[in-house]
Write a protein that binds this ligand. Structure first.
Ligand SMILES: [Zn+2]
Length: 263
């Protein structure tokens, strides 16, 4: 049985995404790394080292074991929309989409500055948003491993949002304990970049409208729970600016019930 977390996409489309197989032979790619990929690898390495220290300090043997046995890879054939996934089928593996990493970096450097006022542009520039987003993704995936919160084709759909919620709750608690992504904006940044990507690249209107609505719902949830100044800028200016820029695109209404998952 395959045990996976397809995370963001899974939350959006439930079990549909499990129909996709995945080739895990991904470690032989010798193509040169982009600057974003290189930065993300270094940061992930840094966080893992911080977590090792934290686990050692508090005597959390279980976390130490998870950190020591989880392999992280950056495949190019995981789409931007999938973001990341985890499995413990043949060893612990976290896969972070390299196209997503490149997209996130490009969104933050090329798109975001054009979506806000000069004053807020300065506020945004003071925060390492790329690092925050990457931190959130990595901790969320580690949360699946730490809690053994994996699901498969055979998992009742009702359990999936619970596992996603628990993985994120674990990540959020670690952020507090280790003082990472302290403004709590990592997930909002990822979701805004995904929403922008969906508007720019979508080919199939109905499916894209569903994706957009699902991402909007998740942004709403995150924004309702975030109170920092930077979250306010992202939620009250960047998100409406993205919507405004693409406001005449894909007006397919979807019932909220089909996407009403709690992350
Ligand atoms: Zn997940």
């Amino acid at each position: 049985m395959k045990t996976l977390c397809l995370c963001l996409l899974a939350v959006i489309f439930g079990r549909v995404c499990f129909a996709q197989g995945y080739d895990f032979d991904i470690h032989t790619d010798s193509a040169p790394l982009s600057k974003a990929s290189d930065q993300s690898r270094k940061h992930v390495h840094h966080i893992i080292a911080q977590l090792h220290n934290y686990a050692s300090e508090i005597g959390d043997i279980r976390l130490q074991q998870v950190l020591s046995t989880t392999n992280i890879a950056y495949p190019r054939d995981i789409s931007i929309a999938q973001v990341a996934l985890s499995t413990n089928d043949n060893g612990r593996i976290i896969l972070i989409s390299e196209p997503f990493i490149d997209h996130l970096k490009q969104f933050l450097s090329d798109e975001l500055p054009s979506l806000v006022s000069l004053k807020n542009k300065l506020i945004l520039s003071e925060h390492p948003l790329f690092i925050h987003a990457l931190t959130d993704i990595l901790l969320h995936e580690l949360g699946h491993h730490a809690l053994n919160a994996f699901y498969s084709d055979y998992t009742p759909p009702g359990y999936i949002p619970t596992m996603e919620f628990e993985a994120q709750a674990w990540a959020n608690q670690i952020k507090v304990n280790v003082e990472l992504d302290e403004e709590g904006v990592g997930k909002i940044v990822s979701l805004l970049s995904l929403l922008h990507n969906e508007f720019v690249t979508s080919q199939h209107e109905k499916r894209s409208a569903m994706q957009q609505n699902a991402i909007r719902y998740k942004i709403d949830v995150e924004c309702d729970e975030s109170y920092s100044q930077i979250a306010t800028v992202l939620c009250e200016q960047v998100r409406p600016a993205i919507e405004h820029r693409f406001k005449n695109q894909h007006k397919v209404e979807q019932p909220l019930t089909s996407i009403n998952f709690k992350y």
